[in-house]
Structures are given as C-alpha cells and as structure tokens.
Design a protein around this ligand. Structure first.
Ligand code: HEM
Length: 390
C-alpha cells in the first residue's frame, strides 16, 4: 500500500487497526506533508519528543488542533503564563493529593462494577469505563453527580470538533454552548458560596494579581473535564479489550495484581487515547531535507511513536511484561506533559484490581465499536457478558 496522500484529519483514515499505515508513515515519510490540510506530521518517537520539548520553535500558543484557533486554556499557552496557570492546579494533582483520592476512586469503581450488568450483560463503556473518569474529574471540578451524565452527553458530541474545522458543526457548537451555560451557572453558585473544588479555586484565583477572565475560566474547566474524561475511558476499554484478546495476560493479572501498573502502561502505549496534538513553527525549520515554514502546523502522531520499533521491541505485540525503558508518549512530553497522567494511572490500576477480583468469565457479547475520530482513539461500545465472583 502507498500511503503518501493521506488526509490525516479525516476520521476514517485512523479507523479500526491503522498500524500498517502508521508503520508506513514512520518508515517512509518521517516528516509527512498532509496536503489536504496543509499540515506536517511526525511519527517517530525521537521526533515527537524533539517537537514537544522545544516550545521556542514549535509553539502551543496557536492551538493544538490543526486549522482551529486556540482557546485560552493553558494547554494553548507557553511561557510564564502557562507555568502560572499550571501552578494553580498543582496541589490538586500532586502525588499526595492523588493518593488521598484513592479511597474515593475505589469506592466509585466498586459501586459502578456492582451496579453494572445485573443480568450478566453489560455495555462496559456506558456502565463503567466512561462513567468512572467523568465521575472522578467532575467531582474534583465540583459538578454535582446528577449532572455527570448530562455533561458526558455534551462532551461526547462537542469533542467531535477536535477532528478539525469542518467538524465544528452546529451540533458541536450547540453542545458546547449547553456545557458553557451550565458552567456559568456553576460559577455564579461558587461566587456566592465557594466550596473545596477546582471551580471555586479558579473563581478566586489570580495570575499576576489579576483574576482569570470569564473565557479563560470556562476553557480551563472545559480542558480539565475533556482531558479527564474522554481519554482515560479509552485506555480502560481498549485495555480490557486487549486482555480479552490475550486471555493468558488476563489470567496472569488475576493472580498477580502487583503487575497491573505495568500492564496499564502497556494499555496506554497500545491504545494511545489521543491520536495527535499539534504545534506551530515559530521560524523556518530545515528537517529531513524539507522546510517547515514559519506559521505552519505540525502534528505529533502519538500511536505511531508509541510503536516505534527503535524504542519498543515487537511493538505490535501486546506485552504486559514489557520493560518501559522509554516512557510511553501517550501523555505527551515536555512542558505540556499531561497534568492528569498520575490520576489516569491510578484510575486504571484500581479499576483493573477491582474488576479482576469481582468479575469472572468475561467475554465479548457482540462486536466492539471503534470511535470514528482523527483526534481520540478508542472503543465507544464494548458489550460484555460476565459472571460475578461469590
Ligand atoms: C489516559 C488518559 C490521558 C491521556 C492519554 C492524556 C493525554 C494528554 C496529552 C497527550 C497531553 C499533552 C498535550 C500537548 O502536549 O499539547 C495532555 C495534557 C493535559 N492533560 Fe491529559 N491525558 C489523560 C488524562 C488526563 C486526566 C485524567 C486529566 C485531568 C484530570 C488530564 C488533564 C490534562 C491537562 C490539564 C493537560 C494540559 C497540560 C499542559 O498543557 O500543561 N489528562 N494529556
């Protein structure tokens, strides 16, 4: 197959099992020019790292979705303001704070697993995988439980806009405005009565002596809710699917739960829940005999980099015992490294610890459905049957 003329923003391009295509890009066109979207793409591990760790040359400040202007959340800011905005949430994501959340996360996991599939059938994504991360991050933000499903419904639609400009439809906008209107209502409530949550913190925060502007606060909240919920769920559902495809791995983890963190790392590598983030060149860059011109965008293709054979032996084999000399790139790299990585890993560990203790004879109860997206990789429907341990 010749993959030299791909539209990398087209969801169908990344559908199903795109590994052969990613291998081709990495081997043949390490600096790929997507003429459909006028965007560059890097896919080798070292090249993704090179782009991510050089914000002076490859800035985040022009946005992280090719062709779309940046929103004012800190994922789209470089320099001192980025540092200051990250600092605002640092305490909430510090190792101690996440450790304190463990009991709360475990209680939620147990509740969701116990509620799921009373008759032994479950739509795992709907019942558990999507519900858990939304509950954890929405609780942290301060969104009341009765609104979590509604928030998830808004997000599931408006995240479609992450596929690029032509995917920002009226439906996407309406769902974003639904979430935004609710956000502003919550902000008013927190102004009147602050609580111990992220929203109250942002409402009262200052950067350089100035409070956050309304728009910045809205997008800080949006980034956190999207980052927290639309990704971890895919690592969980895709991870469980891999255990179903590799029964010996599932059996091993049942008797050796201490290996779950390493298995979770392999799930993160395997799934790579974000397909890409992008940067913009701040000057002309000569690379691989080509010129990236100032102002041109470049995407980092995480799933391809996570299967770079120069970093991972047998990259297309799912191996829960893999030794991770090179950290997975699923959470990005450098100054914008994911703030929620620790939290996502804890959620995954606890979920698999409790699931393997409680559910037996887990099997597919229909074909899984993969997300159609050029932004987020994952399974959106995973019908299962199982029995409960006594
Ligand atoms: C498996 C789950 C997750 C994956 C794969 C993931 C992936 C990523 C990636 C690739 C980036 C880097 C963006 C860039 O370089 O432009 C990022 C940044 C970020 N993520 Fe995550 N994420 C996950 C979970 C979470 C969670 C649970 C939260 C919050 C609760 C979160 C919040 C953030 C935030 C706030 C940033 C921006 C950091 C910055 O720009 O300084 N993520 N994430």
């Amino acid at each position: 197959m010749d993959y030299s003329n791909l539209d990398l923003m087209e969801p169908a391009t990344h559908a199903g099992e795109p590994w052969q295509m990613y291998d081709w890009i990495r081997d043949n066109e390490p600096l790929y020019w997507d003429s459909h979207n006028a965007v560059w793409c890097v896919s080798r591990y070292d090249d993704v790292v090179k782009v991510a760790k050089d914000p002076d040359t490859f800035t985040s400040s022009e946005g992280n979705v090719p062709g779309l202007p940046p929103d004012p959340s800190f994922i789209n800011i470089d320099g001192p303001v980025h540092v200051a905005r990250r600092k605002l949430v640092r305490n909430r994501f510090a190792p101690k704070a996440i450790a304190k959340l463990e009991d709360h996360i475990r209680a939620s996991v147990i509740e969701l697993l116990d509620e799921a599939g009373e008759d032994g059938h479950t739509e795992f994504l709907e019942d558990v995988a999507a519900r858990l991360p939304m509950r954890v991050i929405a609780d942290m933000c301060g969104i009341p439980r009765e609104m979590h499903d509604q928030c998830r419904a808004w997000l599931d639609v408006f995240c479609g806009g992450g596929n690029g400009p032509k995917f920002v439809t009226d439906e996407v906008n309406e769902n974003f405005f639904g979430f935004a209107a609710y956000h502003f209502q919550l902000v008013e409530e927190r102004k009147a009565e602050p609580k111990d949550d992220l929203l109250s913190m942002w409402v009262n925060a200052t950067v350089d002596g100035q409070p956050l502007e309304e728009e910045a606060l809205l997008f800080e909240h949006t980034m956190m809710i999207v980052g927290g919920s639309e990704t971890t769920r895919n690592a969980i559902s895709g991870g469980l699917y891999q255990l179903l495809m590799n029964p010996e791995a599932m059996a091993h983890l049942r008797t050796h739960p201490e290996d779950i963190p390493n298995a979770a790392e392999e799930m993160l590598r395997w799934v790579s829940p974000f397909i890409r983030m992008s940067r913009t060149a701040t000057k002309d860059v000569e690379w691989y005999g080509k010129t990236i011109k100032e102002g041109e965008e470049i995407m980092m293709l995480y799933p391809a980099a996570n299967r770079d054979p120069s970093k991972y032996a047998h990259p297309n084999t799912f191996d829960i015992h893999r030794s991770f000399k090179n950290s997975v790139l699923s959470f990005g790299y450098g100054k914008h490294f994911c703030w929620g990585a620790r939290l996502a890993r804890v959620e995954m560990r606890i979920l698999f610890e409790e699931l393997l203790k409680r559910w037996d004879n887990i099997a597919l109860d229909g074909e899984p459905v993969w997300a159609e997206s050029s932004f987020i990789r994952g399974i959106v429907q995973l019908p299962l049957i199982f029995t409960r341990h006594d």
